[in-house]
Design a protein around this ligand. Structure first.
Ligand code: ATP
Ligand code: MG
Length: 758
C-alpha cells in the first residue's frame, strides 16, 4: 500500500504523517495539547495493521483511561476490517490485570484473585492496624496507604525499603504484614497489579522473551505521566540496547507533552522522557506544532500561561483556526452566584444549539462540584459527574459486589467483614472480634474460622456462611444476570433498602447493577460463542500459529481480553471477569452514557478530552493554584500545568470564573482571584464584570471567614482543604482509578527532580 494513497494518512499534516509512517524503531513524539498526539498514535496502529507490518496480536498500546482504550478500539475497528480483540490496548492496570490472569500461577496468585480499589485498600489497612493495635494517631492508615503505594510505585518490596528511622521501620513492618494479609486473602491492590506483573516478567526469562517477540510495537500515550515502575514495566517488553540484554527488535512509540505532566504527586516522572531517549537510543523525535483543537484566543492564553514555567522542553503551538471568541472572565460575589451565572450561560449556549455534552465544567477540587450540581439540578439541566463517586464505588453497589466476591472467593476477608452483618442480622462487633481472633490464631480466613467459634455468635455467623455456600451451589452454571439477581434477593439488600426512607435511589442502583452486568456481557463478549478471527482486507485470517511468529508455542497468545489460564486453558468465569471490570472501571456510568448532559469533572480527569465550551471555575488563590502546592516553585509549576491542561480542553469558548466568597465544608472563605489571571494575555480576555479589589468583597477581611493564602500542607490539612485527588474524599478526581494515596508533602519534590535535561 502506498502511504499517500491511504485515506488514513491523507487527513494528516506532514509531521503527523511522518510520525505515523516511522520505521519500526523507537520514537518519541513530543507535542503540545491538541496537536494530534493521540490521533497519530491511533492512526499509526491502523497503518501498521493495514500495511501488513504487524498482526493485531503484535500490538501493545497503553492509554490513559479505560474510556480512551475503548475509543481507540472502536476507531480501529471502524477503520479496518479486523478483529481488534487480539490487540492489547488498555491502561497500565487493565493490561497488568490481563497479564496476571494468564500467569497467575507464576505470580503466586489464585486464579480468582480480586482487585482492591482505593477504598478497599484503605479498609484492609485499617483492619490490619486494628489487629496489631497500631496507634492510628502516629500511623494514620491513610499515610500508611500512601507509604505502601509509594514503595510499590518505586518497585520496592518491604525488604528493599531502607529504614532510616524508627518510624519508617514500623511502616515497613506494617507493609510486610499488609502484603501477607493480601496474599492470604487472594487480593491485590492497584500498585500490586503493576509490581507483580513486572516481577513475573523480570524473573521469568522465557515469559519475558515470549512477550518481547510477540509485541513488535509498543505504543504509549501520555508518556509524561508514567512513573518509575511503569517505565520499568515497558522496558521488560522491550529491552533497551544499553542494558546488555539482546535487543528485542521491537519498537516503542512514546507520545507525550511535558507541559501536561500533572501526576507528580502520584509518582509520575517527566524525567522518563529523557531516560527513554537516552536508554533506548531514540533516533526519531518528532514535534507536532499545529494545534487542531482551539481558536487562537484560547491557544494564546494557554501558551502565555505556560511560558511562566521554567524547565520546559520547549515547543510551540500555532493554529489556523482564527481568533474566535474572547476568553470570558466572570467575577461572582458567591459560589452560588457563580454557579447560577454558569447555568445562565449554558442556557444561552443551548439556544445557540450547542449540545450539552459539549459543555464542560472543570474544577480543581471535587468538593466544588456540589454547588454546580445543585444549580444544574434546579435548572432541570441534565449533567454527568465524571470521577465523582463512581457507580461501582457507591455503598450499596459495594455491598452487592462483596457478596458476589464471596461467591468467587470465600476467603476475601474484606468482603466478608463488609457484609457479614449487612443487612443487619444480629451479629455483634464482639462476635466478629471473636471470629477474627480465631482466624488470626489459626492463620486462616474468616470463612474457615467460623466452625471454631462457639456459642450464639458461632450460630449466627455459621448461618451467614452456610447461606453463602448455598447460593454458591445454586448459581453453579447460571448466567451472570441470574447470579446477580439471586444474590440481590438472598442477601436481603433490596429488601433492606426498600424499607429505608431514602432507599429508593439505592434500590434503583442495585437494579442498575443487573443492567451493568448485561451490558458488560454484550460489550466484552461473554456469553457469545464464537469470536471472529482477525482477517486482512481480503478476508484472509491474520492469525498465524505462534511457532511461525517465533513465539513459544507453550505460552498463551492471549487473544482475548480476559485470557484463558495459561496452563489449564480455562477462561475466567463471567462473574470473575465482571468483578474485575467493576474494580478497574474508570467511572464511566454506562447507564447515562448516551444522554446529552453537561459534563462535570476535575481538571485531572479532563486530561486528553476536548469540548466546544469549557468553564473553569473557582479560579482563586488557595483553590487554583491549590494551597497545598503553591508555596514552592515545583508545586506551583504543577498547578500551572494543570491550568494549561484545563484551558486547552476548550475548542471554541472558554469561561473563567472566580468568586469573592465560597462555602466549603461549612466554612465561608474569602478568596483573592487567582494569580493565573495575571499570566494570561489581556488582549484575549473579556471581563464580564469589572475586576474589583478584593477588599471590596462583602464581609471583608474581618468577616469571620478565613483568608486562604497561607500554606497548609500535607496530612494535617482539614478535609475542606484537601485536593480533589485525596482519597480522603469519597469523590475523587482519579481518572484511572489508580487509587494511590495522597502525597506526603515532601515526596513531590524528590520525584520532580531530573526534568531539566532533554
Ligand atoms: P492532548 O494533548 O490534549 O491529549 P492530543 O495532542 O492528543 O491532545 P488529539 O486529541 O489527538 O490531540 O487531537 C486534537 C483534536 O484535533 C482532535 O479533535 C483531532 O481529531 C484533531 N486533529 C488532529 N490532527 C488533525 C488533522 N491533521 N486534521 C484535522 N483535525 C485534526
Ligand atoms: Mg491526547
Amino acid at each position: 500500500i502506498v502511504p499517500s494513497s491511504s485515506p488514513l494518512i491523507a487527513g494528516l499534516n506532514a509531521e503527523q504523517a511522518s510520525a505515523v509512517l516511522l520505521p519500526a524503531e523507537h520514537a518519541l513524539i513530543l507535542a503540545g495539547a491538541g496537536s494530534g498526539k493521540t490521533r497519530v498514535l491511533t492512526t499509526r496502529i491502523a497503518w501498521l495493521l493495514q500495511s501488513g507490518q504487524v498482526s493485531p496480536g503484535g500490538i501493545l498500546a497503553v492509554t490513559f483511561t479505560n474510556k480512551a482504550a475503548r475509543e481507540m478500539m472502536t476507531r480501529l475497528s471502524a477503520m479496518l476490517p479486523i478483529n481488534v480483540r487480539g490487540m492489547w490496548i488498555g491502561t497500565f492496570h487493565g493490561l497488568c490485570n490481563r497479564f496476571l490472569r494468564a500467569h497467575h500461577k507464576l505470580a503466586s496468585l489464585p486464579a480468582t484473585f480480586q482487585i482492591l480499589d482505593t477504598q478497599d485498600q484503605l479498609s484492609a489497612i485499617k483492619r490490619l492496624c486494628k489487629q496489631f493495635n497500631v496507634d492510628d494517631e502516629r500511623y494514620p492508615p491513610k499515610q500508611l496507604q500512601y507509604f505502601i503505594s509509594g514503595c510499590k510505585e518505586d518497585g520496592q518490596r518491604p525488604q528493599d525499603v531502607v529504614a532510616r528511622d524508627e518510624e519508617t521501620r514500623k511502616k515497613i513492618e506494617l507493609y510486610a504484614l499488609y502484603e501477607e494479609q493480601c496474599q492470604r486473602e487472594g487480593v491485590v491492590d492497584f500498585g500490586e497489579l503493576m509490581l507483580r506483573s513486572y516481577e513475573v516478567l523480570r524473573d521469568n526469562d522465557p515469559v519475558r522473551e515470549h512477550y518481547q517477540r510477540r509485541f513488535r510495537h509498543i505504543l504509549i500515550d501520555e508518556f509524561q505521566d508514567t512513573n518509575r515502575l511503569q517505565y520499568a514495566w515497558i522496558k521488560m517488553f522491550s529491552a533497551p540496547p544499553l542494558e546488555g540484554l539482546s535487543s528485542s527488535g521491537n519498537a516503542v512509540f512514546a507520545v507525550g507533552d511535558d507541559d501536561q505532566s500533572i501526576y507528580a504527586f502520584r509518582g509520575a516522572r517527566v524525567g522518563n522522557m529523557a531516560d527513554f531517549v537516552r536508554e533506548f537510543q531514540v533516533r526519531h523525535q518528532i514535534k507536532l506544532e499545529q494545534n487542531y483543537r482551539s481558536v487562537s484566543n484560547i491557544l494564546d492564553s494557554a501558551n502565555q500561561l505556560i511560558s511562566h514555567n521554567t524547565h520546559r522542553l520547549g515547543k510551540n503551538l500555532r493554529t489556523d483556526a482564527g481568533a474566535g471568541e474572547p476568553v470570558r472572565v466572570y467575577e461572582a460575589v458567591s459560589d452560588f452566584a457563580e454557579a447560577q451565572w454558569m447555568v445562565d450561560e449554558m442556557k444561552q449556549l443551548a439556544r445557540e444549539d450547542v449540545p450539552r455534552s459539549e459543555m464542560a465544567v472543570l474544577y480543581r477540587s471535587n468538593a466544588q462540584s456540589r454547588v454546580v450540581e445543585t444549580a444544574l439540578f434546579n435548572a432541570g439541566m441534565p449533567y454527568r459527574v465524571y470521577g465523582g463517586l463512581r457507580f461501582f464505588e457507591r455503598a450499596e453497589i459495594k455491598h452487592a459486589l462483596a457478596y458476589l466476591r464471596l461467591l468467587e472467593n470465600p476467603h476475601d476477608d474484606t468482603s466478608f467483614l463488609r457484609v457479614v452483618n449487612f443487612p443487619p442480622r444480629g451479629i455483634g462487633a464482639r462476635s466478629i472480634e471473636q471470629l477474627q481472633d480465631v482466624a488470626r490464631a489459626s492463620g486462616c480466613s474468616l470463612h474457615d474460622a467460623v466452625s471454631a467459634v462457639t456459642g450464639r455468635a458461632g450460630v449466627a455467623i455459621g448461618a451467614f456462611v452456610a447461606k453463602l455456600d448455598v447460593v454458591r451451589e445454586q448459581t453453579e452454571g447460571s448466567t451472570l444476570r441470574e447470579i446477580i439477581e439471586l444474590v440481590l434477593e438472598h442477601s436481603g439488600l433490596i429488601e433492606h433498602y426498600r424499607a429505608e426512607r431514602e432507599g429508593q435511589d439505592r434500590v434503583e442502583n442495585l437494579e442498575e447493577l443487573v443492567n451493568a452486568a448485561e451490558s458488560f456481557v454484550s460489550v466484552e463478549g461473554f456469553g457469545r460463542d464464537a469470536v471472529a478471527l482477525p482477517v486482512d482486507e481480503l478476508g484472509k485470517p491474520l492469525t498465524q500459529s505462534p511457532a511461525s511468529q517465533g513465539l513459544d508455542p507453550n505460552l498463551p497468545v492471549l487473544d482475548e481480553p480476559l485470557a484463558p489460564d495459561a496452563e489449564t486453558g480455562e477462561t475466567l468465569s463471567p462473574l470473575a471477569a465482571f468483578l474485575t471490570h467493576a474494580a478497574l472501571e474508570s467511572g464511566d456510568n454506562q447507564a447515562q452514557a448516551g444522554q446529552d448532559a453537561v459534563q462535570l469533572m476535575t481538571v485531572h480527569a479532563a486530561k486528553g478530552l476536548e469540548f466546544d465550551c469549557v468553564f473553569i471555575t473557582g479560579m482563586e488563590e488557595g483553590l487554583f493554584p491549590h494551597e497545598n502546592s503553591m508555596s514552592d516553585r515545583e508545586g506551583l509549576e504543577e498547578e500551572r500545568r494543570l491550568m494549561y491542561v484545563a484551558i486547552t480542553r476548550a475548542r471554541k469558548r472558554l469561561y473563567l470564573s472566580h468568586s469573592q466568597t465560597r462555602m466549603l465544608h461549612g466554612q465561608t472563605r474569602y478568596n483573592l482571584k487567582s494569580r493565573f489571571f495575571d499570566e494570561l494575555p489581556e488582549a484575549c480576555l473579556k471581563w464580564l464584570t469589572p475586576p474589583q479589589p478584593a477588599w471590596a468583597a462583602p464581609g471583608g477581611m474581618g468577616g469571620g471567614g478565613q483568608w486562604q493564602n497561607g500554606r497548609r500542607g500535607g496530612f494535617g490539612a482539614p478535609a475542606a482543604l484537601q485536593p480533589a485527588w485525596s482519597p480522603g474524599f469519597k469523590e475523587r478526581g482519579d481518572p484511572k482509578g489508580l487509587g494511590q494515596a495522597e502525597p506526603e508533602p515532601d515526596r513531590g519534590t524528590e520525584i520532580r527532580a531530573g526534568l531539566t535535561v532533554f
